[in-house]
Design a protein around this ligand. Structure first.
Ligand SMILES: Cc1cc2nc3c(=O)[nH]c(=O)nc-3n(C[C@H](O)[C@H](O)[C@H](O)COP(=O)(O)O)c2cc1C
Ligand code: SF4
Length: 460
């Protein structure tokens, strides 16, 4: 009895996430989700094998040519789904291997702490073997001897499912020594993080994996040259790796064609929406689907609300306006509008929402999650929060908004060790650009002494 109640609960939670019924998802158009069931139960090994599972790795092991995997990935131009959109094939081609080079690590970035993002969780909780197969292919291509899934600590259910699936794969000979008699050894462990946003930055992740404080590392060297424990290491996002089996099985041309003439970026994408819409959730759609179409699938804004602004891919992306809804959501198009595709999960902002309060909330998050390594991020973000609080309470001073402009500019690309600070700056800069008058309404006082006088040396 108690089991059926808990599985009911599980199913209800899952159904609220992927909002496309099984009948609408097909192997040729929905490589990431066609196997998922309407009841939301996990696709364990037996079912995965019945649904073309491990077919791709079987073929790749038979061919025995890692360079062919890299070439196909490059031709398909699978762009990283962790947010930066860097070509996975290109990254793999730059990993040092061969000669005296030691075999390295294949690391799956499953930290998923970007606010408004919940796509990797679905893949891990319901279809763990797709990720495992993608990681084996990645390991084969990059000559990795061991894999880690660096998992957000709160994803307890994903950890349970992944660990059980890893046991299944090991028992069936898909992991461990000489996979399927091929002579290729590879195994995977799940490593749960302690729950810090910065652990999602790939080099901070590697430090954390090594048991060190999660500060980003200076690049170069890039992880592909010297990563975990000094060995060549490839870090890829969950969704990126889940694309690999179908790309290798069906080829680069098939993958490219998935997005039709919507965009030059191929493939499909797990898009989603959160915020006050009728049906928040996830959909696997062609890359380059417009915001309007995604919002329509979500049933539009809830109640009588109207859309004021939206973030296209998490809190670290820039605000777009309703007029941007018709743009294809791909990496380059969104970039040209002063934002980023990021994780591709939209956060909608209703008309009545104060942008000042919203920005104060977001910057509190970014300030709290700073690792403290660089001054503009460590000191600038708490200062930003202080100014935003004052503006929100209507107690801002003349010059506060210009100061916000400056603090955000100081966090710009290339000025700090990692992309956390630019990620914190982008929503603020775009909010100031599109909704400046809301910030101005919070200014009620002349410029105060605190802003005019520098802190005397020795009194800090
Ligand atoms: C502060 C910060 C947090 C990040 N969090 C994640 C994350 O949770 N998951 C992720 O895949 N990438 C995250 N990234 C991006 C990674 O550094 C890296 O680019 C990505 O894992 C590479 O995988 P991909 O090429 O498959 O996208 C983050 C970056 C920054 C700066
Ligand atoms: S930008 Fe922020 S999070 Fe990134 S290294 Fe510097 S202080 Fe740390």
């Amino acid at each position: 009895m108690s089991e059926s109640i808990s599985s009911q609960r599980t199913s209800v939670r899952y159904r609220s996430r992927l909002l496309q019924p099984e009948a609408d998802r097909h192997p040729d158009t929905h490589p990431l989700t066609w196997r998922l069931r309407d009841d939301g139960e996990v696709i364990w090994l037996d079912e995965y094998l019945r649904k073309e599972g491990y077919q791709s790795i079987r073929n790749a092991l038979d061919n025995g040519d890692p360079q062919a995997i890299i070439a196909t990935m490059k031709d398909a131009n699978v762009r990283g789904r962790g947010g930066a959109g860097f070509s996975a094939g290109l990254k793999w081609s730059l990993t040092l291997q061969g000669g005296d080079m030691p075999r390295g690590y294949l690391i799956c970035n499953a930290d998923e702490m970007e606010p408004g993002t919940f796509k990797d969780r679905l893949l891990m909780e319901q279809q763990p073997h797709l990720l495992i197969e993608g990681m084996i292919l990645g390991a084969l291509a990059n000559n990795s001897f061991y894999g880690y899934i660096f998992l957000r600590g709160e994803y307890v259910e994903a950890a349970r499912v992944l660990n059980r699936a890893l046991d299944e794969a090991r028992e069936a000979g898909w992991l461990g020594a000489s996979i399927n008699g091929s002579g290729f050894d590879f195994d995977i462990a799940v490593h749960t993080g302690a729950g810090r946003y910065i652990c999602g930055e790939e080099t901070a992740l590697i430090n954390s994996l090594e048991g060190k404080r999660a500060n980003p590392r200076a690049k170069p060297p890039f992880p592909g040259q010297s990563g975990a424990w000094g060995k060549p290491s490839v870090v890829n996002n969950v969704e990126t790796l889940c694309n690999v089996p179908a790309v290798i099985l069906k080829g680069a041309d098939w993958y490219q064609a998935l997005s039709g003439d919507r965009t030059d970026d191929g493939g499909s994408k797990l898009y989603g929406v959160s915020g006050p819409v009728e049906k928040p959730g996830l959909w696997e759609l062609p890359m380059g689907t417009t915001g309007a179409e995604i919002l329509e699938r979500a049933g539009g804004m809830r109640g009588n609300r109207s859309l004021k602004a939206w973030l296209p891919g998490g809190a670290s992306t820039g605000f777009l306006l309703p007029e941007h809804l018709e743009l294809p959501l791909d990496f380059d198009t969104v970039g040209k509008e002063g934002s980023r595709l990021g994780t591709g999960l939209l956060t909608v902002v209703p008309q009545e929402q104060s942008m000042v309060a919203l920005m104060r909330n977001l910057e509190e998050f970014f300030a709290r999650e700073s690792c403290g390594w660089c001054t503009p991020c460590r000191d600038g973000l708490p200062w930003t929060v202080k100014l935003l609080w004052a503006l929100e309470l209507g107690q801002g001073e003349t010059g506060d908004i210009e100061l916000l402009d400056k603090l955000a500019a100081d966090c710009g690309p290339g000025l700090t060790f990692c992309a956390h600070a630019p990620g914190a700056a982008m929503p603020l800069q775009t909010a100031l650009k599109h909704f400046r008058q809301e910030f101005e309404q919070g200014v009620s006082k002349p410029r105060g002494k605190a802003h005019q006088d520098p802190i005397p040396v020795g009194e800090v």
